[in-house]
Structures are given as C-alpha cells and as structure tokens.
Design a protein around this ligand. Sequence first.
Ligand SMILES: Cc1cc2nc3c(=O)[nH]c(=O)nc-3n(C[C@H](O)[C@H](O)[C@H](O)COP(=O)(O)O)c2cc1C
Length: 167
Amino acid sequence: NNISDMDKENTKALIVYYSETGTTEAIAKKISQATGADLYRIEPEQPYTSADLDWQDNNSRSSKEMNDRSARPAIKDGKVNLDNVATVYLGYPIWWDQAPHVVNTFIESNDLSGKKIITFCTSGETSIDGSVRQLKSAYPALDFVKGRRLNGASVNEIEKWISSLKK
Ligand SMILES: Cc1cc2nc3c(=O)[nH]c(=O)nc-3n(C[C@H](O)[C@H](O)[C@H](O)COP(=O)(O)O)c2cc1C
C-alpha cells in the first residue's frame, strides 16, 4: 500500500436501491449525479406482477410478505462489492410503512458493519420515519442515518440534503 492507495481506502460511496415502478430509481440516479457514486439495483429473483403489488388484496404476494416479519424474498446477484465503500445510500419505496423485505434480504446478504448507511425513500405520502425505526431495531449493530422521503427532489435539493448530513 502506498500513500495514494491508502487515500482511496474507505472513501467511496455506493447507492443501493430497490425500485418497483421507477420512482425511487429516479432519485437514486440523481444522488449518483450529485455524488458520482455507483448505483446498484436490488432485483427480486421472482419479479413482482401487478397482482403481487396489490395492497388492497390481503392475499397478494406483497401483503403476505409485509405481514410476515421473517419473509426474505430472494434477490438476484445479492452480493455487492463493498471494497473501500464507507457510505451506502440505501433507498426503497415505502410498503406498509416499512422498507420492502427484499431490502432486508440485501442487508443480510452483505457485510455492512462499519459503513454509514444513509436511508432515503419514496412513497405515496408516508414519511421515512417508521421504516428507519424498524431497520434500526432489526439491525442494532449497523449505523443507519435517517434520511428523507425524496419524491420529486431535484439534483440541487439532493446536493443540499447531502451537505446538511455532513454537518
Ligand atoms: C405493496 C405496496 C405498499 C405500499 N404502501 C405504502 C404506504 O404504506 N405508504 C405510502 O405512502 N405509500 C405506499 N405505497 C406507494 C409507494 O411507496 C410509492 O408508489 C413509491 O414511490 C413507489 O416507488 P418505486 O416506483 O420506486 O417502486 C405502497 C406501494 C405498494 C406497491
């Protein structure tokens, strides 16, 4: 390791997100524009159909998964390269006030200890608060930073939000 290699250690940011209908993805891409960080999309092994996503049906796949605290839907290529990554931006749509359980599958498939995990979400109206409370209580050893619901945020607003996190 020479000095310039050491400078690069644990300095990178990575944006990890799940997005079913593109809303969270649009924000993830703007965070990438603001930070230059790479993007990684969590992809469920079995794609969700529109029937699966029907929250008005208690028996839909998403309803059943979100009612089952231990449900861990499989994801494709679930392991991500976290070499030199210090900060993970973790984004998701709110499902039933929570992060979808594929996000738990991702968290449990990777070693995020020692990383700063900055959460963000999109939703119809629900804030990020309940989902972050749940993540913190499920994974007390991890360092979650409560971020924001970012529906419709511009790159400029995202830059301001990120610099406010550093203060
Ligand atoms: C199964 C399911 C449950 C949802 N639950 C909530 C909710 O509790 N509160 C809310 O405001 N929006 C809820 N939504 C709406 C999504 O959070 C919102 O459309 C989100 O921006 C979608 O992001 P995406 O396009 O990245 O998948 C739900 C959507 C689905 C499919």
